[in-house]
Write a protein that binds this ligand. Structure first.
Ligand code: SAM
Ligand code: CA
Length: 247
C-alpha cells in the first residue's frame, strides 16, 4: 500500500491515542514485535511486574515491554555497572536495569512516590536483584544538587535513565552531564511525547500532553545543540533520546 494511503488510514487508529505504547505505523506491526521478540524472551519477574502494573490506575506511566527489553540489552552492551534512574513508578524499567547489571552493579533510584515502588518491590526482591537498588524517596533535583556540591560522584555514572517530570528535564540535564562519565549514556524518555511534538497548534491534545509538550520540544532542541554529547533519538516506546557524553 502507498505510504500516504497507509498513514491516512491509520490516523484514527489506536496507536495514535495518548498512552498507546508505540509510534509504529500499525498496531499489527507493534503486536508482531511484542509476540515474536519481546514476550517469548521476557524474564518471568518482568512479566509478573508488567501484569501487576497493568491493574494499577496509573498504568499508562509504565515502560513498555519492548522498551524494557531495549534498556536491558543496551545496559549489557555498554557494560553498565553504576547507574541512576529518575522516575521509578512500579519499577518496570528499574527491574530491566537491575537484571542487566552485573552482581556488583548499582542503581540510584529516585521517585517522589514510594508507595508505587513498594507495589513492585516484592517482585524485584523475588528476582534477587533488590540489593542493587538504593531507592530515595523525594524530588530528584535536590539529590542531584547535593551530588554536584559533594563532587565525589562527578563523572561516575555509566548510565542514567530519566523518566520523570518532563518540565525538569533541562534542569536534570544541566546536572547529569556532570555526573555521567565521559563515554557514558543518559537516556531521556518520552521525547516524542505521544507524537505531539509534530501536532499542529490547534490539535485536540489532552491537557497534560499539551502542558508538557513545550518542555519536550525545548529539551529536544537543547540536546541537539549540546556539543558535550552525541545523540540518537529512537522511536522506541514513546521516544527515547540517548545522549553519549563526549566531553
Ligand atoms: N520508569 C517508570 C517505569 O518503568 O514504570 C515510569 C516512571 S513514571 C512515567 C514517572 C515517575 O516520575 C512517577 O512515578 C512520578 O512519581 C515520578 N516523579 C515525578 N516528579 C518527580 C520528581 N520531581 N523527582 C522524582 N520523581 C518524580
Ligand atoms: Ca516513560
Amino acid at each position: 500500500m502507498a505510504e500516504s494511503g497507509e498513514s491516512k488510514e491509520n490516523q484514527g487508529g489506536r496507536h495514535q491515542e495518548v498512552g498507546h505504547k508505540s509510534l509504529l505505523q500499525s498496531d499489527a506491526l507493534y503486536q508482531y514485535i511484542l509476540e515474536t521478540s519481546v514476550y517469548p524472551r521476557e524474564p518471568e519477574a518482568m512479566k509478573e511486574l508488567r501484569e501487576l502494573t497493568a491493574n494499577h490506575p496509573w498504568n499508562i506511566m509504565t515502560t513498555s515491554a519492548d522498551e524494557g527489553q531495549f534498556l536491558n540489552m543496551l545496559l549489557k552492551l555498554i557494560n553498565a555497572k553504576n547507574t541512576m534512574e529518575i522516575g521509578v513508578y512500579t519499577g518496570y524499567s528499574l527491574l530491566a536495569t537491575a537484571l542487566a547489571l552485573p552482581e556488583d552493579g548499582k542503581i540510584l533510584a529516585m521517585d517522589i512516590n514510594r508507595e508505587n515502588y513498594e507495589l513492585g518491590l516484592p517482585v524485584i526482591q523475588k528476582a534477587g536483584v533488590a540489593y542493587k537498588i538504593d531507592f530515595r524517596e523525594g524530588p530528584a533535583l535536590p539529590v542531584l544538587d547535593q551530588m554536584i556540591e559533594d563532587g565525589k560522584l562527578h563523572g561516575t555514572f555509566d548510565f542514567i535513565f530519566v523518566d520523570a517530570d518532563k518540565d525538569n528535564y533541562i534542569n536534570y540535564h544541566k546536572r547529569l552531564i556532570e555526573l555521567v562519565k565521559v563515554g557514558g549514556v543518559i537516556g531521556y524518555d518520552n521525547t516524542l511525547w505521544n507524537g505531539s511534538v509534530v501536532a499542529p497548534p490547534d490539535a485536540p491534545l489532552r491537557k497534560y500532553v499539551r502542558y508538557y509538550r513545550d518542555f519536550v520540544l525545548e529539551l529536544n532542541k537543547a540536546l541537539a545543540a549540546d556539543p558535550r554529547i552525541e545523540i540518537c533519538m529512537l522511536p522506541v516506546g514513546d521516544g527515547v533520546t540517548l545522549c553519549r557524553r563526549i566531553s
